[in-house]
Design a protein around this ligand. Sequence first.
Ligand code: 5GP
Length: 115
Amino acid sequence: MANDTLFDKILRKEIPSEAVYEDEHVYAFADINPQAPVHVLVIPKARNESFADLKDADAAETGRFMQGVSRVAEHLGLEENGYRVVFNTGRDALQSVQYLHAHILGGRKLKWPPG
Ligand code: 5GP
């Protein structure tokens, strides 16, 4: 399959992952190399390669994905203390998987600016 990435395989459950949330629109799973006590990746079921694609994507699908990210953060109990959502996009941001994904980071005080 063209553009068949690691996260396509995770979504199809061909590669195991630690699920934390799933609904009709998004799948959320623990990052294998966590950078904070809570580090979860959220991917849309409607595929895009990166955040840069969203300018041309279906607005309703994009909205449902963003709502899903927000819902996952609530589900993780992060709303009271706060959390960070990161979309690494392209080479300079070190995006390593070409399937749109949001990192949700929390569970500790996060530094700013990031490296
Ligand atoms: P990116 O660098 O593209 O923004 O984020 C990719 C993320 O995927 C990284 O934080 C990396 O730790 C995570 N990752 C890479 N391989 C796997 C894997 O096989 N399983 C899981 N759960 N996460 C992975």
